[in-house]
Design a protein around this ligand. Structure first.
Ligand code: MG
Length: 361
């Protein structure tokens, strides 16, 4: 077939066909040695159509080449994985967009909004070595404005998790400047990242393998701003239901999102603990930033994987529902993880949102 006929049959322009030839995506069956005309075989129509469809999907040409060389089942798996990545990226951008819309339309500052019911937090933090680990590398903190859990890993893990939380501690006591919340959060995340790099870098020769997760919430008087990186978690108990508000930055979570393994397979996956994002050298340091609207009656839980992978959600929910005082609740959660073997360090923070008592208002 001439390039004109082939273009018509595949709905690709001759210009696109020439480009795909140059990129090695779709070579003509034969090039006339005298005229230089490209000639295509009818059997190539199918591949050309696949290329056209994948282009419409927005897949980069380099990836299309890989997909075209696979059998149908392999190609289907690649397209599914590609689309899962697109959706994950879009979700992250959607969060940032809603954050910005919020920020631009409300002129967020750290001043409580007077028209809302004044809310107060009651809180407690506890961390525990667990029953198996030799070292304690989790850090848990709850203060008047700041709540944080960090789970260190590697030989400098304890230093890393402490440094991440210490870098944010000023938010607790200092009256923050009347800056915008988005900038404040980004600054906090940057400070934590630098502090971890410094703490880990100053350590031993294999400090490069050390780092930490960080899930931290800042209470502004009316809202909760969240910084999250790694696989520690933030849960919300609202109206008796337990919601997971963070996305694990782990290798297995990405595999589940891409449809390559099931959630059940993820639980026993040998590389379950491998983080795709964390604070530390040699890994993506980009945190998720979110804003949440708390309500009176909400109960927030921040915890490390020493709780969330050991105690099933139903157990966590039961303790959070039944144990009233935050200090007793964090104790009960740690005890529960230890009663199930305590294989990892456990860090947790519980914060209750309550209406400000009239006398205090
Ligand atoms: Mg852990």
């Amino acid at each position: 077939m001439t390039i004109g006929h082939f273009a018509k049959a595949t709905r690709l322009s001759p210009k696109a066909l020439r480009l795909y030839d140059e990129l090695g995506l779709l070579r003509p069956a034969r090039v006339d040695p005298v005229t230089g005309y490209r000639l295509y075989a009818p059997a190539q129509v199918e591949r050309a159509r696949l290329v056209a469809w994948l282009r419409r999907l927005g897949m980069p040409l380099a990836e299309i080449r890989g997909v075209c060389d696979l059998d149908a089942a392999g190609a289907a798996a690649e397209v599914r994985a590609y689309w899962a990545r697109v959706e994950a990226e879009t979700a992250a951008r959607r969060d940032l967009a809603s954050f910005l819309v919020d920020h631009l339309s409300r002129k967020d500052t750290l001043v409580s909004t007077p028209e809302l019911t004044p809310l107060t937090l009651r809180y407690a933090a506890l961390s525990d070595r667990g029953l198996v680990r030799e070292h304690h590398q989790d850090t848990a903190h709850a203060g008047s404005r700041l709540f944080a859990v960090a789970d260190g890993h590697g030989r400098a893990g304890a230093r890393a998790s402490a440094a991440a939380v210490d870098a944010l501690r000023h938010l607790d006591t200092e009256e923050p400047p009347a800056g915008h919340l988005l900038d404040l959060l980004q600054d906090a995340a940057d400070r934590a990242r630098e502090a971890v790099h410094e703490a880990v870098g100053a350590g031993d020769a294999d400090g490069g393998a050390s780092g930490t997760t960080l899930s931290a919430m800042l209470w502004t008087g009316s809202r909760l701003a969240l910084v999250h990186i790694g696989d520690s978690r933030v849960h919300l108990l609202r109206d008796g239901e337990l919601f997971l508000l963070t996305h694990d930055h782990t290798h297995v979570r990405a595999l589940v999102d891409e449809g390559r393994i099931s959630a059940a397979e993820a639980e026993s996956h040998p590389r379950r603990a491998l983080l795709t994002r964390a604070l530390g050298p040699g890994v993506d340091n980009t945190p998720d930033l979110r804003l949440h609207e708390p309500r009176a009656g909400d109960r927030w839980l921040l915890c490390s994987d020493g709780l969330s992978t050991v105690v099933p959600d139903a157990g966590i929910r039961r303790v959070l529902t039944e144990v009233r005082e935050p200090a007793a609740a964090v104790r009960a959660l740690v005890d529960l993880a230890n009663s199930l073997g305590g294989p990892d360090n456990i860090g947790c923070v519980v914060a209750d949102v309550i209406p400000t008592p009239e006398t205090a208002a």
